[in-house]
Each structure stands twice: as C-alpha cells, then as structure tokens.
Ligand binder design. Structure first.
Ligand SMILES: [Fe+2]
Length: 261
C-alpha cells in the first residue's frame, strides 16, 4: 500500500459523482492506503440533532441486540467487550435499517455517502440501495457511542469484497472538547497511526481501506465510566452487511487489543 499516510480532503462528493476518472483515482488511492476526508457532508445542527435524539432513546429504553435479518426493527444495544463478538469492543450502538421509517429519513440523508462508498468500491452508485437489500446484502447505519473511561474497539480488519472497499465514518464528536485521549485510528504497516478524529471535524465523512488494521483506542482511559452521561465519542458507520442466512461475505477479523496486545 504505497499511499499509506496520504490524507486527501474534498469539499464535497460532486467530482466523485460526475467524473468517472476522478472516481477511479480515488478508488485506486484508497486501495493503496490513502485516507480521504469529505468535508461538511452533514451540518453540525444535523449531527447534534442525531446525537441528542439517540441520547434520549439510550437513556429511556432497554438496550437489546437484534440479528441482521430482513425486517428487523431499528434498535440499540450495548457491548461490553462481549466475547461473542467477532471484534471485541465496548460501545453503545444504535442501528437503523432501510426497511424501517425513522424520524430523520436517515437513508435519504445518507444516500450520497452510500453512493460514494459504492463508487470507491467499484460498484454502480446505487447497488444494494433497495429498501429490502440486494444480492444478499443490506445497507445498515450504525451510530456508535464510546463512553469515556471504557469505550474502545480492538484492532481489526473489515472484510473487503464485492460489497465494499471502504466503511465510511461520520465524525460526530470533537477530540479536545468532547473527549481528550484515544479515539479511532487507522494503522499503517510502520505501526504509525492516523487518528481520524484529528483529521476531521463534526459533519465530515472519512473513507479508508477497510482491510487496513484500525480500531478505537480507549476514550479518556483515566475517566470514571458513566454510560448514561453519554460523555465520550460518537460516530456513524455506513455499513453494507450480509443478511443472515447468506455466506458470500467474510466476517471482520480481530487482530487483538487496540494496543496490539
Ligand atoms: Fe472496522
């Protein structure tokens, strides 16, 4: 991956959508390890509306896991380093599927990001966008909250296959304001890390090669954990996942602790 460490900024997605050779260059750069940041895809007001709504949901209803199956309701769950997970992690997750209605019409708002994800992954822009999924895969929006003192995710690689080269992430918290230590990173072969919260602002979307090792270093590790305060780090993942009962996409690969231990 000869472009590891390279960070490119785009003002918006337009050139990606309108210029096939530019899209091919972005795809090739990301295959080679570059990280792209698209600025201001969502407004700060939208981002804080999402987060404030999810805090209310998270505080006032029971978290419960649901499998990725056609027709599953939107839900939220907590994961405290659950040994059953493919990738060990500690977070509060809020999941949305395109077959459900929601207050924000999230999949309409997210459409440009899923289109960009498809183009970067070498697919037609609207592949997998059906409300009931397509080719055994479905779009899934997963907001993740990593609480101060305990939230994190082990170093891992995500499956890169026909369905995706990149798993875009929306930055929803400010490092240095909402939290101070830790956060999401992409790790290069040298062991150096690109801290995605440090190269993006709230509302920006980050694209990187999902097969590069990445994770979330514990957020403010010396803070006392308090899940219900919702102090820590928020993000949104734009995922395309295989539906239960299909087998053509591999699972993510845990590479051990975020520190590599
Ligand atoms: Fe990942």
């Amino acid at each position: 991956m000869k472009l590891q460490g390279k960070i490119e900024y785009l003002d918006d997605h337009q050139q990606l959508f309108e210029n096939a050779s530019f899209a091919a260059k972005v795809r090739s750069d990301i295959q080679d390890g570059a990280v792209y940041v698209v600025k201001k895809v969502f407004t700060q007001a939208q981002c804080s509306s999402f987060v404030e709504y999810l805090k209310c949901v998270g505080r006032s209803s029971l978290p419960n896991y649901q499998p990725i199956e056609r027709g599953t309701g939107n839900f939220h769950r907590i994961n405290r380093w659950d040994e059953r997970s493919y990738v060990k992690a500690c977070f509060h997750q809020f999941v949305f599927y395109p077959w459900n209605e929601d207050l924000f019409s999230l999949f309409e708002l997210a459409r440009p990001v899923f289109r960009a994800k498809n183009l970067i992954s070498g697919n037609g822009p609207d592949r997998f966008h059906g409300r009931d999924g397509e080719d055994g895969c479905v779009m899934r929006l997963a907001f993740q909250f990593y609480p101060r003192g305990i939230g994190g995710m082990n170093l891992h690689r995500d499956p890169v296959d026909f369905h995706q080269l990149t798993v875009p992430t929306l930055t929803l918290s400010r490092k240095g304001v909402d939290f101070h230590e830790g956060g999401a990173f992409v790790q290069m072969d040298s062991g150096e890390r690109i801290w995605t919260d440090e190269i993006s602002d709230v509302g920006d979307v980050v694209y990187f090669n999902a097969s590069m090792p990445h994770g979330v270093e514990i957020i403010d590790p010396h803070a006392a954990d308090d899940w219900l305060s919702f102090e820590g780090r928020w993000m949104l993942l734009f995922a395309i996942n295989k539906l239960a009962g299909t087998s053509q996409v591999a699972d993510a690969q845990d590479l051990g602790g975020a520190n590599g231990d």
